[in-house]
Design a protein around this ligand. Structure first.
Ligand code: NAP
Ligand code: MG
Length: 405
């Protein structure tokens, strides 16, 4: 069989631990036999990040910007415990995802992989709900203060021009806690544009919700900026595709989401997105089935799994055990990246391959062959057996070969 050709490379960001092992298997079993794969390879494994003083992460992000499509393996974000585990680390390097997100100015969209034998807890959800979480500011870049005596807090902005604006926050009679939050116009606008861009590529409705009735200025700015971007740049294209932009209050949105059939993108402020993405993931099933794509305002996309490096499985793997680690989200990161590359480069064969890879993976699960994490989630009466990662991928490879023959 002739291998499917690529014209432009995609950026390949390798990672750590069990997901690095899965990464190698996915390439060997599911991609290289069928595709004449072209990638620009960056090793984001912890030790290589350390050797390059994390320059490799910056280089990989810049490459993604240049080539427009990237696929990333999960990576270790070092903490104190990791510093002990890897004594050669010269610094507690920052989260690679944070570095890449800052360079691409991107928004992460998380969506579950859904299939008939694993029904979501919310019975009426038929199609995936994709959560777009704003990744800058608010509570996550706040300053906090605790005070004990009666007194008054004020909020002062000092402009570079020398002009000042001051507001009274509150006068209190006793102990109190305080928090100073901010967001920037530029970040909110980039978030809005990434959301509209992604809705257009997915041809799905975009919902956005805040609490602007209470937070008239702060959340009001989010609402206004989304509306401005929609009117200025996206309305015509949305109408052409027959998709809608829908704004509503967050509490109304929660009620509607629960009663909906799914199949849309829900954009949320930083904290709301943090909470709602875990709620949606839990309701759809398993962290191992959550995909993630980072979208920049110019349409650059970096595909990855939502989960981490699955450390506990890796330690077992190192002891020579076969593990039943679920590769679905990492497979879908690869298929998503290949489809996007194919769309951008006008290569329908590559798009078809990405789709065939997803179909083969889903059909394998539907045939009852799955990794062990999914066994407790299948519908009553559905016959399934647990396979190790390698057996599971071999089963997918066999189906894929049939499809492509
Ligand atoms: P994790 O790797 O997502 O794993 C947490 C647990 O969830 C696992 O121990 C496993 O449970 C289950 N799980 C997750 N993915 C699975 C899969 N594909 N198949 C089967 N089970 C799966 O999270 P973590 O243990 O908190 O973090 C480990 C490392 O990953 C950390 O160093 C962290 O910095 C990094 N991390 C990276 C990213 C990223 O690069 N995007 C994201 C999050 C975390 P059982 O052990 O019970 O089977
Ligand atoms: Mg959370």
């Amino acid at each position: 069989m002739e291998k499917i050709k690529m014209t432009t490379p995609l950026v390949e960001m390798d990672g750590d631990e069990m997901t690095r092992i899965l990464w190698g298997m996915i390439k060997e079993k599911l991609i290289l036999p069928f595709v004449d794969l072209k990638t620009e390879y960056y090793d984001l494994g912890l030790l290589h990040r350390n050797e390059t003083r994390d320059q490799v992460t910056v280089d990989a992000a810049n490459a993604a910007k240049r080539l427009g499509v990237a696929v990333k393996c999960a990576t270790i974000t070092p903490n104190r415990q990791r510093m002990e585990e890897y004594p050669q680390l010269t610094e507690m390097w920052k989260s690679p995802n944070g570095t890449i997100r800052a360079i691409l100015d991107g928004t992460a969209f998380r969506a579950p992989i859904v299939l008939p034998c694993i029904r979501p807890v919310v019975k009426n959800w038929e199609a995936p709900i994709t959560i777009a979480r704003h990744a800058y500011g608010d509570m996550y870049k706040a300053v906090d203060l605790e005070t004990e005596e009666p007194g008054t807090a004020v909020l002062t902005f000092r402009g570079e021009s020398g002009a000042e604006q001051t507001l009274n926050v509150q006068t209190v009679r006793g102990g109190a806690v305080w928090q100073g939050q901010h967001n920037t116009e530029a970040s909110i606008r980039a978030f809005a544009r990434s959301c509209f861009q992604y809705a257009l590529t997915r041809k799905q409705d975009l919902w956005f919700s805040t609490k602007d009735t209470i937070s008239k200025v702060y959340d009001g700015a989010f609402k206004r900026i989304f509306e401005e971007e929609y009117e200025k740049t996206y309305r015509t294209e949305f109408e052409k595709l027959g998709i809608t932009y829908f704004y509503t209050l967050i509490d109304d949105a929660v009620a509607r989401v629960i009663r909906s059939k799914g199949g849309f993108i829900w954009a949320l402020k930083n904290y709301d997105g943090d909470v709602m993405s875990d709620m949606v993931a839990a309701a759809f099933g398993s962290l191992a089935m959550m995909t993630s794509v980072l979208v920049s305002p110019d349409g650059t996309m970096e595909f990855e799994a939502s989960h981490g490096t699955v450390t506990r499985h890796y330690y077992r793997y190192l002891q020579g055990e076969k593990t039943s680690t679920n590769p679905m989200a990492t497979i879908f990161a690869w298929s998503g990246a290949l489809k996007r590359r194919g769309e951008l480069d006008g290569l329908p064969e590559l798009v078809r391959f990405g789709q065939a890879l997803e179909d083969a993976s889903l059909e394998t699960l539907e045939s009852g062959v799955m990794t062990k994490d999914l066994l407790p989630l299948v519908e009553v009466g559905f016959e399934a057996r647990g396979a190790d990662s390698e057996e599971f991928m071999d089963a997918i490879a066999a189906r894929l070969a049939e499809k492509l023959a």
